[in-house]
Design a protein around this ligand. Structure first.
Ligand SMILES: [Mg+2]
Length: 251
């Protein structure tokens, strides 16, 4: 028998660089701290950069490589990196984004977050953005478990469905600023997978600047493997019209 939850849509919002703009430059600050962590392990600057990037590409998170190859304590890493970010000075609430979340029809939609960060960082960001009361649940990378998964690994998405008691992935709507993360969700049959791409903003992967235009292909200049590309979350009002309350004026 289907539960009440099965009949509802679930929106999963990525947090970092999705619920706040890339211009906050938090990924740059995170990258610096992760780099410093590698250096603190005794690596020269250039080797630290290479290994940081290599682990990011190989494991989806630099930390995964550190745990696997260097027996790093993930919680200590989290305190030294994400935990030391001066987020209160870097982020500010966006009333238009809060209104966007308020305008989602909760009688048929649940609103969750899905992040590669640990819960401490996720909760901190949501609180500073004044969105914590509007997010019903957070799926995070659980650094406390010996082998934790992260986006874009299928195991992470599948555990997210389990965690949120979702049995029908076609009723999931997902938005993330990482095209790999969006594609991975689409491959698993998630209903609507949207890529948030802020043109002109520098994008960092594993401590290095990445050119995201390279993802485009074909005559249509499209990004394969995603349902839609947006440059601002407010565009979700059109793309996901069916989950918003009707006749509400946009702010
Ligand atoms: Mg992100």
């Amino acid at each position: 028998m289907a539960s009440e939850q099965d009949e509802k849509y679930t929106v999963f919002f990525d947090i970092d660089n999705t619920l706040y703009p890339a211009s906050a430059r938090i990924s740059q600050a995170m990258g610096e701290r992760i780099h410093n962590y590698f250096v603190s392990m005794g690596l020269p600057e250039d080797e630290a950069s290479e290994l940081h990037h290599k682990y990011y590409k190989q494991y989806g998170l630099a930390l995964r490589g550190l745990v696997h190859h260097h027996e790093i304590d993930p919680l200590e890493f989290d305190r030294a990196c994400d935990g030391s970010l001066p987020l209160e000075e870097m982020l500010r609430p966006d009333p238009a984004l809060r209104q966007l979340l308020l305008d989602i029809d909760r009688s048929k939609t649940r609103v969750w977050a899905l992040t590669n960060a640990y819960q401490n960082h996720a909760k901190r960001v949501l609180k500073i953005l004044e969105l914590d009361d509007l997010i019903e649940g957070i799926v995070f990378c659980d650094y406390r478990t010996p082998k934790f998964f992260c986006k874009p690994e299928p195991e992470f998405y599948n555990s997210a469905l389990q965690h949120a008691s979702i049995t029908d992935p076609s009723k999931v709507l997902f938005v993330d600023d990482s095209v790999s993360n969006v594609r991975a969700a689409k491959q698993l049959g998630w209903g609507s997978c949207v890529w948030l791409y802020e043109r002109g903003e520098e994008w960092i992967e594993g401590g290095k600047v990445v050119d995201r235009e390279q993802e485009r292909s074909g005559d249509n200049n499209e990004i394969p493997g995603v349902d839609a590309e947006i440059s601002n979350l407010q565009e979700l009002r059109k793309i996901w019209k069916h989950i918003f309350v009707e006749e509400k004026n946009t702010p």
